[in-house]
Design a protein around this ligand. Structure first.
Ligand code: ZN
Length: 524
């Protein structure tokens, strides 16, 4: 373990991180799902060579230019090369100490036994391959995790050897021969990695007792994600698939951090015609464990790196980067909501004990605006810009996807979305949960009404420390956000008050649509 894992250690402590780092995990496959699983495993710090860990990747496909990959490059030099061997270059940039072992072979001849894997993850859509992996896991008594995904849905299953295996179910035959989409794979990868984490250690309560609800799936149990089902977690489709021209769509991704990276991957797989990344941050080494596209770019601007990498993975997605922040306040137009936010914040500040809050609270609305919605002289010198509503409306976006980490940015985007009649999908994630809310002007209430943003606790990163989110919830939430983007473009979302989706580690279904109607009525 190194300082590269300090965000993971924040989430679950160094003892648990140590357990993860020792794991020897075999992954079968090289498609979008396998790539997402492998990149995230490396991010998690699994397979630390010095601790005896390893990621063993079994697959016999070669790179071809009909497929989209993010874990290897498609150049004239790499076409027809063994995919798993090419992955090594990227995996060891995500985590330099990762002991990644590519086995370019068929499962039967892999002689996996030599590599002493302790857990096997089958990530193809091939029931025959899954059956072989399951048989292997039964013979050597190691856990079997299985995932598959298609264009709109995905599934995860596991077998830990406690019950008689239901072969017909565990090989996920519904996905046979289907192509794996990026966003469905992103959700399934998150589910699978969470199962791996639960198998390795469980979260505990304040007294240190492990949480009984933080349990693995039972043998033969399957969890589904389905963007085309009303519950989002049943295999059965409620919406039909429509032919879409995604080449004409233009999306702004705000935030190029943990969610932004996974959003970029899913959008790149979909082949959205134009993707813009807005961010003000530069890459730091501890980012690489969750922000899996930023490898090898420490010190560079995150938005530029994402734009470059997403365009590289799918050249039909044109990308741009905006080194900027949200956003500019116009005190004439924004006075009402800003005043309300100011008063709410003031009340919350008063309730906080001294030492847990900023020393002073801004005396005027103008001071408040300057604290939360302005650039420092250093930021200005650095060329950072504060974006405006006018700029947003000129860009003609079809949608904003937000992966930001504070309520001030969220509220600004929400207001801008309302003014410019721009749909906005807001995502957020923590270690044990994540959520996203969909705002479609004229169809759903705004994000502020759905989530009551202004009453969100205000974190102070200097005092409270950085909040640790983990790769699983980011992968899941970003995948589901892109799933809702597809639903928006397909017209599957009917007029309703709220559309909030949740990911809850401790819930048996994991993925839920929040049907609670406790909406605030701020402005809508
Ligand atoms: Zn509202």
């Amino acid at each position: 373990m190194t300082e590269l894992d300090n965000r993971n250690i924040l989430a679950w402590g160094s003892e648990n991180q140590e357990k993860l780092s020792r794991l020897r995990v075999a992954v079968v496959g090289s498609g979008p799902l396998a790539q997402l699983i492998i990149a995230s495993l490396a991010g998690l710090g699994v397979g630390y060579s010095e601790n005896g860990g390893a990621i063993i990747n079994i697959d016999n496909n070669r790179i071809n230019n009909r497929e989209i990959d993010f874990l290897c490059e498609q150049t004239t030099d790499t076409i027809n090369k063994e995919k798993v061997k090419q992955f090594k270059k990227v995996v060891t940039q995500i985590k330099p100490y990762c002991n990644y072992i590519p086995l370019f072979t068929d499962f039967c001849t892999a002689d996996l036994y030599r590599f002493e894997s302790e857990i096997i993850i089958e990530a193809t859509n091939d029931p025959v391959s899954k059956e072989k992996a399951l048989n292997y896991s039964m013979v050597y008594r190691i856990p079997f995790l299985s995932g598959s995904a298609d264009q709109t849905k995905g599934a995860a299953a596991s077998y830990f050897g406690k019950e008689k295996p239901d072969l017909e179910k565990l090989v996920l035959p519904q996905f046979r021969g289907r192509l794996q989409e990026g966003y469905t794979s992103s959700v399934v990868a998150g589910l699978i990695l969470e199962e791996l984490r639960k198998h390795t250690f469980r979260y505990s309560d304040r007294s240190g007792k492990s949480l009984s609800a933080d349990r693995n799936l039972s043998d033969n149990e399957i969890i589904y994600y389905n963007s085309h089902s009303i519950s989002r977690n049943s295999f059965r489709d409620d919406f039909s698939r429509k032919k879409l021209d995604l080449k004409n769509k233009k999306i702004l991704v705000v935030g190029s951090g943990a969610l932004g990276n996974f959003l970029g991957i899913s959008l790149g797989y979909l082949g959205i015609g134009k993707i813009d990344f807005l961010d003000f941050d530069t890459v730091e080494s501890h980012n690489l464990s969750r922000q899996i596209l930023l490898y090898g770019k420490v010190g560079e601007k995150k938005c530029l790196t994402l734009a470059e990498r997403v365009n590289k993975m799918n050249s039909s997605s044109k990308t741009s980067a905006f080194y900027g922040k949200v956003g500019k306040i116009n005190l004439d137009e924004d006075k009402d909501w800003l005043r309300e936010l100011y008063e709410t914040e003031k009340e919350q500040w008063k309730l906080k004990p001294k030492g847990r809050r900023e020393e002073t609270f801004p005396k005027t609305l103008l001071n408040f605006k300057n604290r939360h919605y302005s650039l420092s002289p250093a930021e200005k010198r650095d060329g950072l810009v504060l974006i405006t509503k006018e700029w947003l409306s000129r860009q003609n976006y079809d949608l904003i996807l937000g992966g930001v980490d504070n309520k001030f940015a969220r509220l600004w985007i929400n207001q801008a979305g309302r003014c410019c009649k721009l749909p906005y999908i807001d995502g957020g994630s923590g270690p044990k949960s994540g959520q996203l809310a969909v705002y479609i002007p004229g169809k759903t209430k705004c994000i502020d009404c759905q989530l009551d943003l202004r009453h969100f606790p205000t974190r102070n990163s200097c005092i409270d420390g950085p909040e640790a989110s983990v790769v699983m919830s980011n992968s899941l939430v970003a995948g589901m956000m892109v799933g809702e983007a597809v639903n928006l473009f397909e017209g599957n979302i009917k007029k309703r008050d709220n559309l909030t989706l949740r990911y809850q580690v401790l819930n048996q279904k994991r993925i839920l649509v929040d049907n609670e109607k406790k909406l605030r009525d701020h402005y809508c």
